[in-house]
Design a protein around this ligand. Structure first.
Ligand SMILES: [Zn+2]
Length: 146
């Protein structure tokens, strides 16, 4: 019994430790260092460790500009009616990573989220470009249903 309690205790401690690691904040470079990104605050996104892992599983070593472009492509794809393949990027093996980062959001909603994030980071013209693209997408959607 003591043995059982002990292993329970060890297990609880190990999972608490794992949880702590998963939630510990890491620095993600919006433009990767390997691709000329700086270490300045503007280029750093603080992400929980598990989200950071998920980011790179989904987006590899892409710059934030490339990620936004990819999501825009996906959002356009998503918009088209009668496409059974919801999302090229989210093959089932990547769904977990997607969910960790964006929960139940669609690619359009994920794009909106990142557009807000880059605005807050001070990339205003980049943000504006994608706000316009999102507006275009939404008005096209209205035309489709109306
Ligand atoms: Zn990173």
């Amino acid at each position: 019994m003591a043995q059982l309690n002990r292993s329970k205790h060890v297990w609880a401690r190990a999972s608490a430790k794992q949880e702590k690691i998963a939630k510990s904040l890491t620095c993600h470079h919006l433009v990767p260092k390997s691709r000329g990104g700086s270490a300045g605050a503007r280029n750093i996104l603080r992400l929980a460790w598990d989200k950071h892992q998920s980011w790179h599983k989904l987006f590899k070593n892409k710059t934030i500009m490339e990620v936004l472009e990819l999501l825009l492509q996906e959002a356009r794809f998503e918009k088209k009616p009668f496409t059974s393949k919801r999302f090229q990027l989210v093959r089932w093996d990547k769904l977990q990573s997607w969910h960790c980062l964006f929960k139940e959001r669609s690619s359009t909603e994920a794009l909106e989220l990142l557009v807000k994030m880059v605005w807050l980071k001070g990339y205003h013209s980049l943000s504006c470009t994608y706000v316009q693209e999102l507006d275009k997408l939404k008005s096209e959607k209205l035309e489709c249903t109306g």
